[in-house]
Design a protein around this ligand. Structure first.
Ligand code: GLY
Ligand code: MN
Ligand code: MN
Length: 473
């Protein structure tokens, strides 16, 4: 999907939004583990990818909105590079793929950036950067002028322009997410089929990685594969699965050009939901359906969250865990004792798309995070518009740290039946997560084909070879 025309077109929009400005985009550098030739796996900065498609470590780009001119800066090759790393495309080819007007050696960036800034009012707009970008170099380049926020916070104008572009996915991006969702579906189906007592969480995670790799993809984030579903971002362990547990699997593929998918399914290790497991699962499934149905253009995302919270509060009432009116429980935040996180987030080139810019991406001007427990973890509260891509991922969890917290027990003593909840500790958690693309009509759910109805899951779990057999023949 990526062509030089596409990247030029995106930069043209940026130039229109920031007339006359000088803009610096920094790629990530390779971060060594102990010595330079032994680096951590490299992943390019997503905004840099969005505007250039250039995945070369240490690259940077200088954009002159006045002259509508882009210079791509690339590290100069070392004489031994071809010996150790093989041949790579030359600078001219990389520049052409990015649609750059000029390619220059990376060690000229500082001098060229300062000269351009001097011609464009003295300021160089930059973005907040992560550890894998050279903070010191960016600080030196942007200096202490008006836009020094580039180091300690976003350059507001540039961050807003980038966010407004990346927030609305075009047809090519949607097609890429849809294709990647098919890979994620394959991995989840393989994981379900391979699950049985005695298999290790890590084996399931490795099997999913292998399915991603076979399709030219990588994991979009560290896969969560755990029977301790109440640990929201738990990591896969080496323990063998026991038959009475639920396995929570939150794993998604990333496409070759960087688009993420983010999917959670929860299934019984034995292949049969127990009565309590089924009861909780059905509530979460209903909550997810209600929330996905609200993902329509013009809806405020907080209302998507509250739609899920309302169904969960009602279900927790039926399970004897919450008392009284479900609407009041949601208003007071009592449901968050069991559904403590937000219902989802933006998705795109990053799994939590643009969260590196803080709440500026998830919360538009005039909206800020609620301090209320539960809502305080809601990462997104924009009005949805066609092309916005989000996740919808309600869950119910039995978290000892919450249920035993003295302040919560006081605050919710009339709402939560803590004695009943005690009898659920050790259950773990259920989360069901799909990716949703907002359209001018019905929401599009590219991950919908991944089994989530109880009958489909029960038919699939344990129906194929275990991970070891499947991976080693
Ligand atoms: N996979 C991380 C999340 O769902 O937010
Ligand atoms: Mn997610
Ligand atoms: Mn997830």
């Amino acid at each position: 999907m990526h062509t030089s025309t596409l990247f030029r077109g995106r930069r043209d929009i940026l130039f229109d939004r920031l007339p006359g400005r000088a803009i610096l985009l920094m790629g990530h550098r390779q971060v060594p583990r102990n010595y330079p030739a032994n680096p951590y796996p490299f992943r390019q900065d997503s905004t840099f990818l969005y505007f250039t498609g250039c995945a070369v470590p240490g690259a940077a780009a200088l954009l002159d909105a006045e002259g509508r001119h882009t210079t791509l800066f690339l590290p100069s090759p070392d004489p031994g590079d071809e010996l150790w790393h093989g041949s790579v495309p030359g600078a001219v080819a990389i520049g052409a793929a990015a649609g750059a007007d000029e390619v220059a050696p990376r060690d000229r960036l500082s001098e060229r950036a300062r000269a351009l800034a001097a011609r464009r009012g003295g300021a160089l707009l930059g973005l907040p950067v992560c550890e894998a970008t050279s903070q010191a170099e960016l600080a030196a380049l942007v200096g202490d002028g008006v836009e020094s926020g580039a180091v300690t916070g976003p350059s507001a104008d540039l961050a807003d322009a980038v966010i407004s572009l990346r927030n609305v996915k075009d047809g090519g991006e949607v097609a890429e997410i849809v294709a990647t969702a098919e890979v994620t579906a394959r991995a989840h189906r393989a994981a379900m089929a391979a699950t049985r007592p005695g298999v290790r969480e890590r084996e399931i995670a490795a099997l999913m990685d292998a399915v991603f790799a076979a399709a030219g993809c990588a994991p979009a984030y560290g896969s969560i594969v755990t029977v301790r579903g109440e640990i929201l971002h738990g990591v896969p362990g080496a323990a063998r699965l026991e038959s009475d547990r639920l396995l929570l699997v939150d794993a998604g593929a990333e496409s070759a050009s960087g688009y993420a998918t983010d999917v959670t399914r929860t299934w019984p290790v034995s292949g049969r939901f127990g009565d309590r497991q089924r009861a909780v699962y059905e509530v979460v499934l209903r909550a997810q359906a209600a929330a996905i149905a609200r993902c329509r253009s013009g809806t405020r995302y907080r209302d998507v969250h509250l739609a899920a919270a309302r169904v969960i509060a009602e279900g927790l009432g039926d399970l004897g865990l919450l008392r009284g009116d479900p609407d009041r429980a949601v208003e007071e935040g009592a449901h968050a004792m069991f559904f403590p996180h937000g219902v989802g987030h933006l998705l795109g080139l990053d799994v939590h798309d643009m969260e590196g810019y803080g709440d500026r991406a998830g919360y538009p001007p005039g909206r800020t995070r609620s301090p209320q427990f539960g809502l305080s973890y809601l990462r997104l509260d924009r009005d949805l518009e066609p092309g916005t891509c989000v996740t919808v991922e309600p869950g119910i969890y039995f978290v000892p740290a919450l249920l035993h917290d003295a302040a919560f027990r006081r605050r919710f003593r009339d709402r939560v039946d803590f004695a009943a909840a005690e009898g659920w500790l050790g259950f773990g958690g259920v989360r069901i997560e799909d990716d949703v693309i907002v359209t001018s009509g019905d929401p599009k759910v590219p991950t919908a084909a991944i089994p989530k109805e109880i009958a489909e899951i029960e038919a699939l779990v344990g129906s194929g070879p275990d991970p070891g057999t499947r991976l080693s023949g």
